[in-house]
Design a protein around this ligand. Structure first.
Ligand code: PAF
Length: 279
């Protein structure tokens, strides 16, 4: 496996003509990331993983500084997973000058849910991913469904800019007890870890209620928020949305059993967790 830090070294390592899959990450890898690498390897002859903690997608009060940087351990895991090239640019490589050109994702998708609670987040995500695409020029890019809204936006970006890249979605990898794997799980204390399943449990209850015939989703969502708050969480949202555009389903769509997704984000102590469930 090659570890490269500059775009010039990356281009030399890439050469030309080999079908390449990219797995963009911010490092601090877990089994979910390694599953993305496994999927990437099934899609292309060569797999590149990028590791870059992208300042642009963090608000000033968020965890950019404390986000774990674990390059040596990440590289060991990536090599064992069969990754061919790790692209780990420094900030001076990816942002050698202030990044004044940015991707402006559509507000109807980018300013709701995660984008509402993390203003500017998807501008930062789309901008860095477009830049990573420009550096690596992959044929395929693999993203996890755990970041459901991110996946939808990146798919739309690829389509709207006619980028010659196939976006492949990977199912969320969960711990044995059902907690979605996330780099931020490492922030949880032992006591918090034991309560962390309440988020996916709330989403499962929402989904079961809707599929069981309850269509008063506003009331269901409000009750779910109340339950999480009563357990000491600070929830941002717990919602049922259409899978197609993440907007609320109409009564007719609920009655027709259209594909839906329950999405949630909530803070447990100082750790913000997100999860979702298609149903
Ligand atoms: O999902 C992530 O880890 C990040 O948002 C991504 C896609 C690597 C962009 O920084």
């Amino acid at each position: 496996m090659d570890l490269v830090h500059s775009v010039a070294d990356l281009r030399r390592a890439l050469g030309g003509g080999t079908r390449t899959a990219l797995v963009p990450t911010m490092g601090n890898l877990h089994a979910g990331h390694l599953d993305l690498v496994r999927i990437a390897r099934g899609q292309a002859r060569r797999t590149v993983a990028s590791i870059f903690v992208n300042r642009l997608q963090f608000a000033p009060h968020e965890d950019f500084e404390r986000y774990p940087r674990t390059l040596a351990r990440d590289c060991e895991q990536l090599a064992a997973a069969g990754c061919d090239i790790v692209f780990a640019p420094g900030e001076a490589t990816l942002y050698p000058e202030p990044q004044v050109f940015k991707v402006a994702p559509p507000p109807e998708l980018a300013d709701i849910l995660e984008g509402h609670f993390r203003p500017g987040f998807f501008v930062g995500v789309c901008t860095v991913v477009l830049k990573l695409f420009a550096c690596v020029q992959p044929d395929v890019a693999v993203f996890g469904k755990k970041d459901y809204q991110q996946l939808m936006l990146l798919r739309a970006m690829v389509r709207q800019f006619a980028l010659p890249i196939e976006v492949v979605a990977a199912e969320t990898v969960r711990a044995d007890d059902g907690l979605a794997l996330s780099s931020r799980n490492a922030y949880l204390s032992a006591a918090e870890r034991s309560q962390a399943l309440a988020l996916i449990a709330a989403l499962r209850e929402l989904a079961a209620a809707v599929r069981g015939g309850r269509h008063d989703i506003e009331a269901l969502q409000a009750a779910a928020l109340g339950d999480l708050r009563a357990r000491g969480w600070l929830p941002d949202y717990l919602v049922v949305r259409r899978r197609s555009d993440l907007q609320p389903p109409t009564a007719a769509q609920l009655a027709a059993g259209k594909p839906l997704v329950a999405l949630g984000a909530a803070r447990l102590g100082t750790t913000r967790l997100i999860d979702n469930l298609e149903f």
